[in-house]
Design a protein around this ligand. Structure first.
Ligand code: NAP
Length: 406
């Protein structure tokens, strides 16, 4: 059995222990999933072989989820798949169809909750040659750490005019001293905890330190929501001081966000101002740590700014578990045509290598993508905006990436 040729990745004292032949489960994905996965796997194998001289190799292990699984077993997300991912700790996936019909959870949400993948990480940078709406796209190079479990993801809502909403309104007015809530209002509650916020900020700061990035910005709406958004900011500063006191400096204490003295500057911005900042002064930002909803908006806005929504990679990471994924959907109309851009899942693989400490392989993949785009041998989505580019299938885009790994 192929799986026996590899070993498990482990996680001890906050660190990944990665053997030379790690077993990594993958979910191919629905729709265009098989097309992009085929292309991506070749790129990953070539990159690892190239940088390690053949010493390292990934032992891929397919696990089923989504339509492929439903057809095989009648289950969208079998317990066996979760058990394998739990055992091997790190997995990578293509897009999955969201099953239509009652009682079935979104597969992505299920994976996130079951493995407590509390940080959604989205790096956003420009690749030379990719068309985009701003003049100096190269100035934006950020990694967004978005809280992945709380805030609106744990949101509780009561419908306008419902008995529960009216009951809650009465309780808020009569018992909690709330002054006004208009009659027949819908009411939403968003819980944000200290522990949930701080573990996210810790991950962001640790990443900045490991990657040599100069600043971490806490993005919040604390001027309006003091005890949730404002607390996110305060808890962030508190844990930065407590856990990384000697390695961080706040802006208030003179940190300029230029990595002075090897220290990471911790600063904060109000969310609406942040949207202006990434457009007007993008090079002043490096790592962004956000509650769930702010990060949702900001990730897509930043990706759009560099023309990269279609190629944006993502990762959902917890303590000792991580699932890397393409951020686009299954684009069913292109399924089986070897046509679409495999860039998102390929860059997710680069993130996976970086997370596991295989920085050389991550860099090779990024070089390969830069090279293929530079050579203008790209898939249809990029050629339709890149004058003079040659349209190639997914598989040939992978070939071009592999040619440029070195
Ligand atoms: P989608 O699959 O992302 O496709 C929307 C459009 O985006 C496509 O028609 C295509 O645009 C473009 N596109 C997407 N991936 C591309 C790629 N790799 N290369 C080039 N172009 C790409 O969004 P959707 O149609 O809303 O969703 C379809 C299914 O995917 C749904 O079941 C949804 O729930 C699911 N979904 C899953 C995930 C996930 O698993 N993470 C995420 C989002 C959606 P053009 O038509 O302009 O060529």
């Amino acid at each position: 059995m192929v799986a026996n040729a590899g070993e498990r990745i482990d996680y001890r004292s906050g660190k990944w222990i990665v053997p030379d032949r790690p077993i990594i489960p993958f979910i191919e994905g629905d729709g265009i999933g098989p097309d992009i996965w085929r292309a991506a796997q070749r790129v990953f194998d070539a990159a690892v072989a190239k940088v390690s001289g053949g010493k390292r190799r990934i032992v891929w292990r397919e696990v089923l989820a989504g339509e492929k699984s439903f057809q095989a077993s009648g289950e969208w997300l079998p317990e066996a798949t979760l058990a394998v991912i739990r055992e091997h700790r790190v997995a990578i996936k293509g897009p999955l169809t969201t099953p239509v019909g009652g009682g079935i959870r979104s597969l992505n949400v299920a994976l996130r909750q079951i493995l407590d993948l509390y940080a959604c990480i989205r790096p956003v940078r420009w690749f030379a040659g990719v068309p985009c709406p701003v003049k100096e796209p190269q100035k934006l190079d950020v990694v967004i750490f978005r809280e992945n479990i709380e805030d609106v993801y744990a949101g509780i809502e009561f419908e306008a005019g419902s008995v529960k909403a009216d009951k809650l309104r009465d309780f808020l007015l009569d018992e909690l001293g709330v002054k006004t809530i208009r009659e027949s209002s819908a009411i939403g509650i968003k819980p944000m905890s200290k522990v949930g916020s701080q573990r996210l900020v810790v991950k962001a700061i640790q990443y900045a330190l490991d990657a040599g990035r100069p600043s971490v910005t806490l993005v919040h709406k604390g001027n309006i929501m003091k005890f949730t958004e404002g607390a996110f900011r305060d808890w962030g500063y508190e844990i930065a001081k407590e856990r990384f006191g000697g390695k961080t400096v706040t802006e208030a204490d003179g940190g300029k966000g230029k990595g002075e003295g090897g220290k990471v500057t911790v600063k904060d911005r109000i969310a609406d101002a942040m949207f202006q900042q990434v457009l007007l002064r993008p090079d002043e930002y490096s790592v962004l740590a956000t509650p769930n909803l702010n990060g949702d908006y900001l990730s897509d806005a930043c990706a759009a700014q560099v023309g990269g929504l279609g190629m944006a990679p993502g990762a959902n990471v917890g303590d000792g578990f991580a699932v890397f994924e393409a951020t686009h959907g299954t684009a069913p109309k292109y399924a089986g045509q070897d046509k679409v851009n495999p860039g998102s899942v390929i860059l997710s693989g680069a993130m996976m290598f970086e997370e596991l400490g295989w920085k050389d392989a991550a860099q090779a993949v990024v070089r390969g993508i830069e090279g293929a785009i530079g050579a203008k041998r790209v898939t249809y989505d990029l050629t339709r905006q890149m004058p003079g580019a040659t349209e190639v299938p997914s598989s040939a885009f992978a070939d071009a990436i592999i040619e440029h790994l070195a």
